[in-house]
Design a protein around this ligand. Sequence first.
Ligand code: PLP
Length: 285
Amino acid sequence: MSRIAYVNGQYRPLRDASVNIEDRGYQFADGVYEVCEVRGGRIVDVPRHMARLQRSLRELRIAMPMSLAALTVVLHEVVARNHVHYGLVYLQITRGVARRDHVFPAPGVRPSLVVTARSLNFEKNQLSASRGIAVATVPENRWPRVDIKTVALLPNVLARQTAREQGAYEAWYVGADGFVTEGSASNAWIVTHAGVVVTRSAERGILAGVTRAVLINLLADLQIKLEERPFTPEEACGAAEAFVTAATQLVMPVVTIDGKPIGDGAPGPVARRLREEFHRFSEFS
Ligand code: PLP
């Protein structure tokens, strides 16, 4: 079965779906994106993802290509046309197509919109969670506006590749101050021996993860204490547990950092419970 993509008003087989070579996303990485989990054929936390999308667009002064309601219809349509039961839906908006020039194009240039969806292997993801993942630390290499979810992911690509070459699944960025900021495509968390869950404040230095926000609601409900503060790789190595969060990872236990085991080197009970109960505070549509 051929996958279907939405590209600027048309649903097309993936092999025929293309954007203009003068699209500013291609030329300058001048665009933003969102990734939502799809579960049971429904999209998870659309309003939260749309709110972050609108913020990213506002920060970059890119217009919404269509109304929020219309965009939501397109997301559902792409999920349905690709028969995704469990997987993800990806959307990308760029500043549009114009002759290559750094300065913003004339106001009439329409932003480009691409939406794709694909199935993921649920069992494989669960297996990863039951084993836990390895993390490698890397120096922070990104611009300061990491709060904007831009498609300019080259630093993240390099970080993830470095991690992979060290046998790790995810990279944790460490800032010049010695504190962990976040993962190359996830937020970073630890659990102290006192059972306190710790993650960096979303005010600066990280992307405000939707999964992070949902998890904070769950923590409150479970009366698990949360501290929003930075932590070092050394504190993480000595912690009871560590995990990462992202839309398609949910709560993914971390069992080693730079080859050193966390706790007893197996996924811990707090991360396991948070993963199991995660969707209690998600919104499905
Ligand atoms: N931080 C970065 C750099 C990311 O790329 C992502 C997701 O892709 C996240 C955090 C987690 O965000 P979310 O929970 O919204 O998927």
